[in-house]
Design a protein around this ligand. Structure first.
Ligand code: FES
Ligand code: FES
Length: 179
């Protein structure tokens, strides 16, 4: 994986809001968001695959919307709310979030390389479209590449999580579970 800083690049101070925490980073203007997340902030849950916008392994949320972090300069994300896969688990206990548990329960991953990208794609999508059908989900996950699962289990996992969230909203339950 290539870091996008080159020799002799000018640097600038930028402030990034990541998972609710503000970070000051000194970086070159053309450095990508994914490089700053992984190399400067050590948030290595966001993966890098193709580095040119095809695979979706680097998907994070920017102001709630899924974005390919290899296609965005870190400086462009200043002032926005950036959310990475690290936000899904409970920060105090490390307990996995409902969407992560659903991926586990429904075998939505094998090697796991693509998984952070699918999780963030799904998290952004379900926030926007909580009533999404399985067909809607199938269409959305086609945006990212997985070489292992054949996609069906990923669709099942996201659909199970969406269904559980809907039922919890309906019953007013506070605890979320997709298992
Ligand atoms: S690494 Fe960003 S889309 Fe593949
Ligand atoms: S689980 Fe291996 S690439 Fe998706």
């Amino acid at each position: 994986m290539n870091d996008t800083t080159g020799p002799g690049d000018d640097v600038q101070l930028i402030t990034l809001d990541v998972n609710g925490t503000s970070h000051e980073v000194i970086t070159a203007p053309r450095r990508t968001l994914v490089d700053v997340l992984r190399h400067d902030l050590r948030l290595t849950g966001t993966h890098v695959g193709c580095e040119h916008g095809i695979c979706g392994a680097c998907t994070v949320l920017v102001d709630g919307l899924p974005v390919r972090a290899c296609l965005m300069f870190a400086a462009q994300a200043e002032g926005a709310r950036i959310t990475t896969v690290e936000s899904l688990a409970d920060p105090a206990t490390g307990e996995l979030g409902d969407l992560q548990r659903a991926f586990t329960a429904h075998h939505g991953l094998q090697c796991g390389f693509c998984t952070p990208g699918f999780l963030m794609l799904a998290q952004g999508f379900l926030a926007e479209r909580p009533e999404a059908t399985k067909e809607d989900i199938r269409e959305v996950v086609a945006a990212n590449l997985c070489r292992c699962t054949g996609y069906q289990t990923i669709v099942e996992a996201i659909d199970a999580c969406a269904t559980a969230r809907r039922s919890q909203r309906a019953t007013g339950a506070e605890e979320e579970s997709c298992n």
